[in-house]
Design a protein around this ligand. Sequence first.
Ligand code: MEV
Length: 313
Amino acid sequence: MGRGIGFGKSILYGEHFVVYGLPALAAGIASRTMAVVNRSNKAGWTLDDRRPEVLGYKAKKMKEQKKSVELVIQAAGLDVSEEGIHIKLEGDLVCASGFGASAASCVSLARALNEEFELGYDDERINQIGFEGEKGYHGTPSGVDNTASTFGGLVWYVRDLNGGPPTFEKLKLKNSVHLTVASTGITASTTEVVSDVRRKKAADPRWFQGIAEEYDKLVQDARNALLKFDIKHAGRLMNRNHELLQELTVSCKELDDLILMARENGAIGAKLTGTGRGGNMIALAPDKETQSRIAGALEKGGSPLVYNTTFGL
Ligand code: MEV
């Protein structure tokens, strides 16, 4: 039996922009997916998916998941056409758009295969296999999700647009920062939303460039603010990042309502996280007490899944 884990993640700044080579900051969260692999004498692979989910997530992603499992097995260099495997997915990471559930399942499966078949892969290789698996969920992943899922912690990530290895750096802050994540309950299709942004960018490159140039300055500023532990400024930049994402048309009423609610209850910054048009939002809280107040308000306001975490250490 081989086992492996993949962390959930939350993008703090840079979803969508990261696809086009701009930096993103992502935080691994404590919840994780665990994959367990057993050999079987039946050819091919079978899957028992016991991960908790926001209603409808697994059914909506089933076709993509199948493709992804095959890509992971292939990228790991395994042939299951004669002797097969049985995969079990479990863990406390709730499958909901925005938590990096797809990346966590690819990474955990890569690790479990590595253990069961004694492949000797290091984290870099696991991350590459995770990236290949992510292609099953959407054709052109930036790689930020599988990187955060493999390494955890706070990650500065820049994709190489020429297909070379990405640049990424693990950052450590002076203290931990309180973050609340809340789901809209809506499962978004990353493929569809990323493709739509790509279409809009192609139709009006100058419009996209203007927004991207502002974002580029913003993310450098956010990195410095976090390293100086100027959380108020980091929060203001989150708010502005959300406005830029609204301009890209990837927010929606449900996200905007939760974001407003978080700000009204003491969040120093709030934005959508991940794909958008559903999925999750995040809120930066100045302290634990305010974090609890924000989480309570979001639950009352109708979010089916609210999650308090910290990042930075
Ligand atoms: C999805 O979690 C983040 C996106 O930027 C897509 C990607 O980075 O591959 C929307």
